[in-house]
Design a protein around this ligand. Structure first.
Ligand SMILES: Nc1nc2c(ncn2[C@@H]2O[C@H](COP(=O)(O)OP(=O)(O)OP(=O)(O)O)[C@@H](O)[C@H]2O)c(=O)[nH]1
Ligand SMILES: [Mg+2]
Length: 289
């Protein structure tokens, strides 16, 4: 390898909704940067995490589900694709038009198949699933994974690394993500809304982080929860402020786990009528690029 050159590049993490993409990105990069949630379509914007296995650099990019208005152009920017499927339904998933379109769009870029939820299959049966997927002759690696147990993560990392080009370093050593801290914190808060509120109310609440600073040795975060209707404001606050308190508690914990700092969160509820229908508001809250 010429001096100064290393394996350095981008790996896309893509797949259908709720297949474990964000869990996988966190396991691969040993972080909690990408919020994980029970409900589908929780990731709405790309989340990046740069890791440095050996002397290499890989920027993993977690993306929204393929089946919810995917920005196909992102494929052109990456070196390797990790396609996450559910091990038990991978056959049907690979036949879905949106997945077929995605694979065509990768245009012969290396694609590694991560078979998620491998805990749903007995360990002795996993090799048979891998053999079946191998018949497709499309993948540059096939790895069963269980992100929360770190199962398969090293093998997947090696399969990705093999396909990362040798070039001049793309990212300075000091950075570990291309996203802003404010955006990442707002996503941690937004994800918690879904575990406490109806899909309607949570989905129509924007999160705007106004300040992140250090106060009394803690990470201080001030953020607004912006409801699209006055009635939703009451639901966000709850009886005697109980819901807001719960949102605050869960969000502070998630932010603390992601940043590694004690977090003091100051949440305010505001209303901007029908912001979900206003292009300027959507832009302001980061919903349209
Ligand atoms: N049992 C099991 N659960 C998993 C596995 N991977 C992820 N999960 C769970 O599946 C749910 C969805 O995980 P996410 O990582 O948020 O999935 P995602 O694909 O990023 O979801 P979207 O961004 O909404 O498309 C969470 O409750 C995870 O804890 C796995 O290998 N086994
Ligand atoms: Mg996700």
């Amino acid at each position: 390898m010429p001096s100064g050159m290393i394996s350095s590049g981008y790996a896309l993490v893509a797949g259908l909704s709720n297949t474990g993409k964000s869990s996988l990105l966190n396991a691969l990069t040993d972080t909690r940067i990408s919020p994980v949630a029970l409900q589908p379509a929780s990731t709405r914007m790309p989340i990046t995490a740069i890791c440095t296995p050996g002397n290499a650099q890989i920027c993993f990019v977690d993306t929204p589900p393929l089946d919810s208005g995917y920005d196909w152009s992102i494929i052109d920017w990456v070196d390797v694709v990790v396609l996450v499927v559910d091990i038990k339904t991978f056959d049907e998933d690979l036949k879905k038009p949106v997945v077929k379109h995605f694979l065509r769009r990768t245009n012969r870029k290396p694609v590694v198949l991560a078979m998620g939820r491998s805990d749903y299959v007995k360990p002795e049966h996993r090799a048979a699933y891998v053999a079946r997927a191998r018949h497709t002759n499309r993948f540059n690696g096939i790895v069963p994974v269980i992100p929360m147990l770190d199962y398969g993560i090293k093998d997947l990392m090696n399969a990705v690394l093999k396909n990362i080009p040798i070039r001049n370093r793309l990212f300075p050593r000091s950075i570990n993500t291309l996203n802003s801290k404010r955006f990442l914190i707002s996503e941690q808060i937004r994800t918690q809304l879904f575990s406490l509120l109806s899909l309607d109310v949570a989905g129509e609440t924007a999160v705007q982080v106004e300040e992140t600073s250090q106060r009394d040795g803690k990470l201080y975060v001030r953020a607004n929860l912006i409801a699209s209707r006055t009635t939703s404001k009451g639901m966000l606050i709850g009886r005697k402020g109980q819901t807001l308190e719960q949102i605050n508690k869960l969000s502070s914990k998630a932010i603390g786990e992601f940043t590694g700092e004690d977090c003091r969160l100051d949440l305010w509820v505001k209303v901007r009528e029908a912001w979900t229908e206003n292009k300027t508001d959507l832009l302001e809250f980061g919903y349209v690029c």
